[in-house]
Design a protein around this ligand. Structure first.
Ligand SMILES: NC(=O)c1ccc[n+]([C@@H]2O[C@H](COP(=O)([O-])OP(=O)(O)OC[C@H]3O[C@@H](n4cnc5c(N)ncnc54)[C@H](OP(=O)(O)O)[C@@H]3O)[C@@H](O)[C@H]2O)c1
Length: 337
């Protein structure tokens, strides 16, 4: 919602109905409830993007009860700029709502030059959280993740750094991302010994990428940790946007590193078949793709990206139909396998 103040500029007042739409799920066995759909700021929030568009997306998200925003030190581009833009928007719109928000950041991928700006050392993680808090203008984040496993750094060092970040009051909870099930088990045991609240594993999961089904979902359930599933739309492939070619402003046309025209061409037949099933269910493909992930009991939240508030609104309608018949599930398995 927006209101005009006396100076004519638009101030934000969150919708009074914001808690009437979305469903909230428990993150593992913790006390934290997360919206079934969360918003990630990996793309569309950097200095290369339109700040007002990002602001619209964040406002719409919160108006619909999306209380969880996911960032990382290197989101942009350039690196750091998504956090800086989020800080600007937070300062203008969301400060009064700080206690209603669950804000994440991470470190683990390359961030600054030299040996201390990448991977999993204590030196990197502790410097990085300080930088992130400064960029966002926050006193603390709700959860801080180690972004990817680092096989060359002792796990005790990386987990010890996460623990100290919590003890210093810079994060309330910790998480890990992209760890396989063995390393997740090891990390969980260390964090238990350190008495640190480890509540989320952030993992790529979509109909096109089902690696988490090979053990990770069971492991995190046994450890009492929740899954937050990222790239549920396979970066846009699992939507209807590529059914009639590649739109100029789409990620596949712009982002040659993570998604490209070849990815679209290699998957278009599957996308067409999946879209047909979605339509028979009375859904858009994006909605079915999100609902399909939420059927897993270990998944606390599906972490989507959006380049407009309309996409976000469309995706939220996934929650209107979360049931799948066995026939539908079998057909989907057949198409994507
Ligand atoms: N932990 C990790 O290693 C990691 C890695 C990747 C992502 N993440 C997190 O996960 C979040 C989501 O990742 P993601 O952006 O790859 O997720 P995604 O939801 O799979 O893809 C989002 C993209 O799909 C397109 N889209 C979304 N809804 C649409 C709709 N209704 N119709 C048409 N197109 C639609 C948009 O692309 P267009 O720009 O083409 O419109 C949008 O930017 C990130 O922001 C980040 O927070 C974490």
């Amino acid at each position: 919602m927006q209101i005009n103040d006396k100076s004519g500029t638009t101030a934000y007042q969150a919708s009074p109905d914001r808690y009437n739409t979305i469903k909230y799920n428990r993150a593992g066995k913790s006390g934290v409830l997360l919206p079934a759909i969360s918003l990630g700021l990996w793309h569309n929030f950097g200095f290369i993007n339109n700040l007002q568009n990002g602001r619209d997306i964040l406002r719409s998200a919160f108006d619909y009860g999306i209380t969880h925003f996911d960032l990382a030190n290197n989101y942009g581009p350039p690196y750091g700029s998504a956090e800086e833009n989020f800080g600007t928007i937070f300062n203008k719109d969301f400060k009064p709502y700080r206690d209603e928000l669950f804000i994440a950041s991470k470190a683990g991928f390359d961030m600054w030059p030299g040996p201390y700006g990448d991977w999993g050392s204590r030196k990197y993680l502790i410097s990085s959280i300080d930088q992130s808090l400064k960029r966002m203008g926050l006193d603390y984040v709700d959860i801080f993740y180690h972004h990817r496993p680092d096989l060359n750094t002792p796990l005790e060092e990386t987990m010890g750094a996460l623990a100290d970040i919590v003890r210093q009051g810079k994060a309330l909870y910790v998480g890990i991302s992209n760890y396989d099930h063995n390393r997740t088990n090891e990390a969980a045991e260390i964090l238990k010994r350190l008495n640190v609240p480890f509540i989320l594993h952030q993992a790529r999961y979509s109909m096109f990428d089902r690696w988490v089904e090979g053990g990770l979902l069971n492991t995190i359930e046994q450890q009492g940790v929740g899954c937050i599933a990222f790239s549920p739309l396979a970066q846009g492939l699992l939507t209807e946007k590529y059914l009639n070619g590649i739109p100029k402003d789409s990620r596949a046309a712009k982002d040659l590193t993570y998604l490209n025209v070849e990815d679209v061409n290699n998957n278009i037949e599957k996308i067409q078949l999946l879209a047909k099933i979605a339509n028979e269910r009375g859904q858009k493909l994006s909605q079915m793709a999100i609902a399909w992930i939420l059927r897993q009991p270990q998944v606390a939240s599906v972490l989507i990206g959006a380049s407009s508030s309309n996409q976000l609104k469309e995706n939220l309608k996934a929650l209107d139909n979360l049931e799948f018949s066995n026939d539908e599930l079998e057909l989907i398995d057949k198409i994507v396998s």
